[in-house]
Design a protein around this ligand. Sequence first.
Ligand SMILES: C[S@@+](CC[C@H](N)C(=O)[O-])C[C@H]1O[C@@H](n2cnc3c(N)ncnc32)[C@H](O)[C@@H]1O
Length: 466
Amino acid sequence: MSLAERVAKLRDLVRLINDASEVVIQEWQAELKDSSVDPSTSLLPSAELFDARRSLLGACGMVSDIVAEPQHRLMEIASEYYISRALHVAAEGRIADILVDADPEEGLHVKEIALKTGVEQWKLARVLRSLSSIHVFKEVKEFRFANSWTSQALVDNDPLRCWLLTNGLEIYTASEGLLRVLFDPARSASYSLYDTAFNEAHQTKLNFWEFFEHGEQQPDGTMKPRRGFEIFSLAMLGGGRVHAPPLCTDYPWATLGAVTIVDVGGGGILLGGMSLELAKRYPDLKFVLQDRPPVIEKAKAVWRRELPGAIESQRIVFMEHDFFKEQPVKGAEVYFMRNVLHDWPDDESCAILKHLYEAMGKQSCILTADQVIHTTLGSKYLKSAPSPLPANYGYAHRLAHIRDMNMMTLFNGKERTPEDLDELANRVSLKVARVWECRGMLSITEMRRQEDLASNGSAVNGVEMH
Ligand SMILES: C[S@@+](CC[C@H](N)C(=O)[O-])C[C@H]1O[C@@H](n2cnc3c(N)ncnc32)[C@H](O)[C@@H]1O
């Protein structure tokens, strides 16, 4: 890039930062007037705030590319995992909870934090300083730390704490196998569930789920559930809480009327899954929750507690079902899957979709809620970022790619672009009719049978955000 181009781009970005900031401020002020919104915990920003926020974050990231010395920037990216490591230490040590009563001006001395965590104080100070420099925690006086706007979100929030921690345990170890697997020609070309970086790093022939279900051998030869699995389960609850509000709002569920939603691989061990969230908000909807037998048993208990009467009135029917077998519920209006397809390579995902296709009727659709990958080149299904940002908002899309790398590492699975999903759909006579972009990490992709779309011409390759 020539100097003139860099100067022009930097000026464009600063203008974008300025404009997007004004929108963010305006929307914050509107939130302040709305007593139903708590800005510190709201997971449902207005469409304007969501959009301005991603422009602003994308632009700030792009500024770092233009302004930073390239070699320095590359060195930083290559070793950034130590920042993640620092956060894992903070999560393991429950530092945000320890700091909850600290005076915001005075903070708590690292000596006292060390006593409560068991980490040597001067090492702990270095961990906390790493995080304070990126505004997670604050060093308010020398060696005295307090919570920041960001770390405050961790206070008394075990599901979120476990989400951070689970990325620092078996999943982190698994990422260490990526180099060896990707540069081994046979395993690199394989999309088997058993040829993953996870298998390599943990030296196991079990896949991710089997590994956890199998437990850990104790010195006396008995098996004990892995601590990491308990943390992973709570982490899924943390993720579910973050994902649910936009998914429940940004698809027009209320307009469906009194229809049945088949929640395929619906989960719900700890929180009841997406169906329970929808059931609480939309009283006309009915549900069939399908999953593996141990999951179904646990989900029943959650529903009994969270929505008394729903089981008796048959608003919810629980069904043990393997989604690699024939779908027993025929002609349902909606077959819903959240965070299911991303766990599976393409062939397995097609097998799941094919069973749904065979059960669908004319009015049926599949709604799949996953992280939708948007490339820097854009997609006809997704809203593009304003210039000079790349179409996918660049830096603001980083977590999507991180999650995609995670799926590759653990399962040979994949977060997909709308085009990838359409390709899978085409293999089993389905088609992506529309992507419902939601104001969160996940979006909803609607698939219909090709013959139905052809007959009523209702394919929409557009973008709509509520
Ligand atoms: C990542 S979880 C998602 C759970 C839920 N949809 C949610 O969003 O909270 C994947 C789910 O797929 C289920 N699953 C895995 N293999 C399955 C199979 N062969 N048949 C049915 N469900 C399966 C798991 O038990 C788990 O509940």
